[in-house]
Design a protein around this ligand. Structure first.
Ligand code: URP
Ligand code: ZN
Ligand code: ZN
Length: 489
């Protein structure tokens, strides 16, 4: 008779704040004990052989089985997306349930559950994308959905089909503040991008590399500053997603220095790619096209500095998978202009290995920071901690045995997504997840998947601490009540 379902022995256990050596025991999907020399017997025992054991990755920016603002369907569904995540050491994803204009948010959420339930192999929560903040959505649907565990939503400052006005953003921020949700913002100045794109196309400059010109850095910097100003006006916390460049990051840093609760996220493409990658013959560069675009080595250095000093809080994939064909990246084949290409790059599976190899192995970030950036901070930020994001007694048994010495050459054929290419083809990586455990189930081992379709579980998110306001709204808002106006919150 066994004492535990699983014991992992001889592990170098790494969490966001420490590294210890010992054994991990699992029972009923949770961590039951962590001891330096654990007694008892497990139904299954694994010798980690002194390798690192890290919390399973939490990827809080993932597009799966989602239609883009242009109406293009992602190449990954909830099966291929979660399988790919698992092979890359990620045991929880937070994809988007995306509202397009005219849709009921409640129906959107129901549709995404119907898509995910039979297919997901790892656990998942949902963010909402809000593109149509009608009185019904603001007054009834969102407050009820927040109570049901959808406690974060993404909004866009660009893309014709998704963008909200500053007025609408203030409505969303005020609601999030009142109801306990965190607003995630895609910050790029729409009119700057449209104006540049119009003039480029007018002059016949339509190749993918012009995408990176049209999505100018100043468009990101301006929108970041504006988004933060809107958050300040109503004293609402906010996360700026997929940050790519120095000025926007500096604006974030200064906001944090003022004590504001503004968080920042970056992604593999901003440490691993540059705008030069888009400069390929014909429309091939579309494979490297995402928004904001990859920039240059100086921008990469700014991203690294912000990962190291804590200005950037999460490292997410922004996995936005589109095949390189007319159903995906290039709707008009080789006649597709940069304005028409599907935006987004795949990155779910290489997220942890790339950051480990470029960050930890090269001494740019510590192992503890790696864990925080890929797992713990995501779980905290979105109300999943301590169930997810750590290795602790009582937490879900989600962890990864990590071979820090494994050399891997990235090849799309070896990955598990459905995209057909990787922007990182041929890249040398040192360090790879070799065994992946999700709620005590060994789901990846010896390069094979051992998880059933539909075995992932939905995770309702609590209202996170990150969404609590500071209690410091703009002086004019405070003055309103002195002048007899009704308080806004
Ligand atoms: O280019 C990107 N990032 N596409 C995915 C959608 C988004 O804006 O995150
Ligand atoms: Zn975005
Ligand atoms: Zn995205």
């Amino acid at each position: 008779m066994s004492d535990y379902d699983l014991i992992v022995r001889n592990a170098r256990i790494v969490t966001e704040d420490r590294q210890t050596e010992g054994d991990i025991a699992v029972k009923d999907g949770r961590i039951a004990a962590i001891e330096s020399d654990l007694g008892g017997k497990g139904s299954r025992e694994i010798d980690a052989g002194g390798k690192f054991v890290l919390p399973g990755g939490v990827d809080s920016h993932v597009h799966v089985e989602q239609r883009s603002g242009f109406g293009i369907m992602c190449a990954d569904d909830f099966y291929s997306g979660t399988v790919s995540a698992a092979f890359g050491g990620t045991t929880t994803i937070i994809p988007f349930a995306a509202q397009h204009r005219g849709m009921s948010l409640r129906k959107v959420v129901q549709d995404y559950h119907e898509a995910a339930t039979p297919k997901a192999v790892i656990d998942y929560a949902f963010h909402l994308i809000v593109s149509d903040p009608t009185p019904q959505a603001l007054g009834q649907e969102l407050p009820a959905l927040i109570k049901d565990g959808y406690t974060s939503f993404k909004i866009y400052m660009t893309y014709d089909a998704l963008k909200l006005s500053d007025y609408q953003i203030l409505d969303i921020l005020a609601l999030a503040r009142r109801e306990g949700a965190l607003v995630m913002v895609h910050a790029e100045n729409h009119d700057m991008i449209q104006w540049l794109a119009h003039h480029l196309v007018d002059q016949g400059h339509v190749a993918p590399k012009f995408h990176a010109i049209a999505h100018a850095r100043i468009a990101e910097a301006e929108a970041t500053n504006r988004a933060i100003s809107l958050a300040r006006l109503v004293d609402a916390p906010m996360l700026i997603v997929h940050m790519s460049e120095a000025e926007a990051i500096e604006t974030l840093r200064q906001a944090q220095k003022k004590g504001l609760k503004i968080f920042g996220e970056t992604c593999p493409q901003y440490i691993g790619l540059t705008a030069d990658d888009l400069d390929k013959p014909g429309v091939e560069g579309a494979m490297w096209c995402c928004s904001p675009p990859p920039r240059d080595s100086a921008a990469q250095e700014a991203v690294w500095a912000a990962l190291k000093d804590g200005t950037l809080h999460t490292f997410s994939s922004d996995h936005a998978p589109y095949q390189f064909n007319e159903k995906g990246k290039i709707p008009k084949g080789d006649k597709t202009t940069f304005k028409e290409m599907a935006n987004g790059v795949p990155g779910l599976e290489i997220r942890l290995p790339l950051l480990f190899s470029e960050g930890v192995q090269k001494g740019r970030i510590s192992l503890q920071q790696f864990v925080a950036l890929t797992s713990t901070n995501h779980a905290r930020l979105y109300g999943l901690y301590p169930r997810k994001g750590t290795i602790a007694v009582g937490s879900d048994a989600d962890f990864v045995i990590w071979d820090a010495n494994r050399d891997v050459t990235i090849r799309w054929q070896d990955l598990h997504d459905n995209v057909g290419y990787t922007p990182y083809e041929g890249r040398q990586i040192k360090g790879w997840p070799v065994t992946v455990v999700s709620r005590g189930r060994v789901i990846v081992e010896d390069g094979k998947l051992h998880a059933e379709r539909g075995s992932g579980q939905f995770l309702p998110c609590a209202s996170p601490d990150s969404s609590k306001p500071l209690g410091r709204s703009a002086p004019e808002l405070q003055a309103m009540s002195r002048f007899g106006a009704k308080p806004l919150f």
